[in-house]
Design a protein around this ligand. Structure first.
Ligand code: IMP
Ligand code: MG
Length: 224
């Protein structure tokens, strides 16, 4: 384990994608015991910081480099899911030295604050993706329900290929058979906020990723 950064590079594997591209996938697993001081302002709400600002920035830059290598010579359509991807997307694309077009799909889930239930599309794609290379970006892959629904929608538009990219992967909670081609960090089954991720639309502005105290979401009956 890399003690300085608090996460470990647990596995390096090469996986063959459906297309001819072979993507080198390094898995960065966040160590469940990593401890960083929570700023005083957030101590009442956050149990701890899981991923620091500098860990995020290093990892996102590395993800951009990998994606750039895989899509060299192609023009990308980056399709990002609102609203949780705002910060991740901005950092990811600013380091992508490729021609690309950007569009958004709005997806909202109504249910208790920490579970995704019935999905509602709040914004539809505007760009034509037919015969294009699409990079679908989401903040976190949890049960996989969102990703499956969005992939269904995109595949019907007949792109040349679709690759999926998420900042966080909570594999322990997966219900659907779906994976992401590019993953920032593998995380344990915690409800996390910050760097775009919210609870009831709050905490998106935090520059790091923190674990929300269970009493915050248990006490709240505001819908997500
Ligand atoms: P899924 O459909 O269960 O995979 O959930 C995906 C969506 O649920 C994400 O795009 C997030 O908006 C939300 N989500 C899942 N886990 C968390 C979390 O730990 N913190 C904040 N949002 C989450
Ligand atoms: Mg959300």
């Amino acid at each position: 384990m890399d003690l300085q950064t608090g996460y470990r590079r647990s596995l390096t594997s090469t996986c063959s994608m459906r297309s001819s591209v072979s993507v080198s996938r390094r898995v960065f697993a966040v160590h469940p015991d990593s401890r960083f001081p929570v700023p005083r302002r957030w101590r009442a709400e956050l149990a701890r910081i899981l991923i620091t600002e500098s860990q995020i920035s290093q990892r996102v830059r590395a993800m951009s480099r990998t994606i750039q290598r895989d899509f060299i010579g192609r023009e990308l359509v980056v399709v990002s899911l609102l609203n949780g991807t705002v910060m991740f997307l901005a950092d990811l694309v600013r380091h992508l030295n490729l021609p690309l077009r950007l569009d958004f799909i709005g997806v909202s889930s109504y249910g208790s604050g920490t579970e995704s239930r019935d999905l509602v599309f709040t914004k539809e794609l505007r760009l034509d993706v037919r015969a294009r290379d699409v990079l679908l970006v989401d903040d976190i892959l949890d049960t996989g329900k969102t990703m499956v629904r969005v992939l269904q929608k995109l595949r019907a538009l007949e792109p040349r290929r679709i690759k999926t990219c998420v900042l966080l992967n909570k594999a322990a909670r997966r219900i659907e058979k779906v994976h992401a081609d590019y993953v920032g960090f593998e995380i344990p089954d915690y409800f996390v906020v910050g760097y775009g991720l919210d609870f009831s639309e709050r905490y998106r502005n935090l520059p790091f990723i923190g674990v929300l105290k269970p009493q915050i979401y248990k006490a709240s009956n505001i819908l997500a």
